[in-house]
Design a protein around this ligand. Structure first.
Ligand code: PAF
Length: 284
């Protein structure tokens, strides 16, 4: 496995694979890899002969009071995980390699970046779409894989790739959960044991929601009320949003109809946690 730190190195490595007629799959990550990332590598490997994982904690997607400085960077462990899972190349650039000068060019997806996480993280998605565009231009993958756990991110990137005719397929891979339902996340490591137990409230609220919809409930205000009861029962858990939106336009819904994204964000101690489910009433 090659570990490339420069754009030139990763381009050379990928162009060799491409010249040999192999499809290239990119898994963009910020490192601190876990089983969720491994499932993205597997999804890439199922579609492509050459899997590239990028490890880059992207400064432009963090707000001034966010966890950029504390974001975990277990570089050796990350490289070992990639090696164990058949990754052909890791791209781990420095910030200076990715942003060698003041960045004046931004990729900005409108409207669907405003609700949900966009409300509390106003520059976040601009940073994500800009760095993903740069990574796509550097690696030129046939396929790029993202996790459903960051549902809004996946929807925004898919829209960006479609609007800008980017020549690649965006694959969204299901959320991986711990045995008690908690969505696996690099930020779970910020939780102490009590907070770790309490964090399952997000999943429990979403499962209650899914069950209510399965039983025929369609009134969003009612279902949201049930979810808030579960979340508010956890001392110290601060709900940021419980949103019911259309799965593509992210427009707010009052009734459950069609493809609905139900997304939750909450703060618990030092961690900001997000989780979601997609419900399609046409296939219930
Ligand atoms: O999901 C992430 O880890 C990041 O937002 C991404 C897609 C790697 C861009 O920095």
């Amino acid at each position: 496995m090659q570990v490339a730190t420069t754009i030139e190195e990763i381009r050379q490595c990928v162009s060799q694979a491409r010249a040999a007629g192999r499809k290239v799959g990119l898994v963009p990550t910020m490192g601190a890899l876990h089983v969720g990332h491994v499932s993205l590598m597997e999804a890439a490997a199922a579609r492509c002969e050459c899997v590239v994982v990028s490890l880059f904690v992207n400064p432009t997607q963090f707000g001034p009071n966010e966890d950029f400085d504390n974001y975990p960077k277990p570089f050796e462990a990350d490289v070992a995980i990639c090696e164990r899972h058949g990754v052909e190349a890791v791209f781990a650039p420095s910030a200076a390699e990715m942003y060698p000068r003041e960045n004046l060019t931004w990729v900005n997806v409108e409207r669907i970046t405003e609700p949900l996480c966009g409300r509390s993280r106003p520059i976040h998605f601009r940073g994500v779409t800009t760095v993903c565009t740069k990574l796509f231009n550097i690696v030129r993958p046939d396929v790029a894989v993202f996790g459903q756990k960051d549902a809004q991110q996946a929807i925004v990137i898919r829209r960006m790739a479609a609007d800008l005719n980017m020549p690649l397929e965006i694959v969204v891979s299901p959320t991986v959960r711990e045995s008690d339902g908690l969505a696996v996340s690099s930020r779970n490591r910020y939780l102490d044991p009590q907070q770790r137990r309490d964090a399952t409230a997000l999943y429990r609220s979403l499962e209650t929601c899914r069950e209510s919809i399965r039983r025929g409930a369609t009134n969003v205000a009612e279902i949201r009320g049930q979810m808030l009861d579960i979340l508010h029962a956890v001392p110290g858990l601060e709900v940021e949003y419980v949103s019911f939106v259309d799965g593509e336009s992210l427009a707010d819904l009052e009734r459950i109809q069609g493809r609905v994204l139900i997304a939750v964000a909450a703060r618990l101690g030092p961690a900001r946690l997000i989780d979601n489910i997609l419900v399609d009433t046409t296939t219930l």
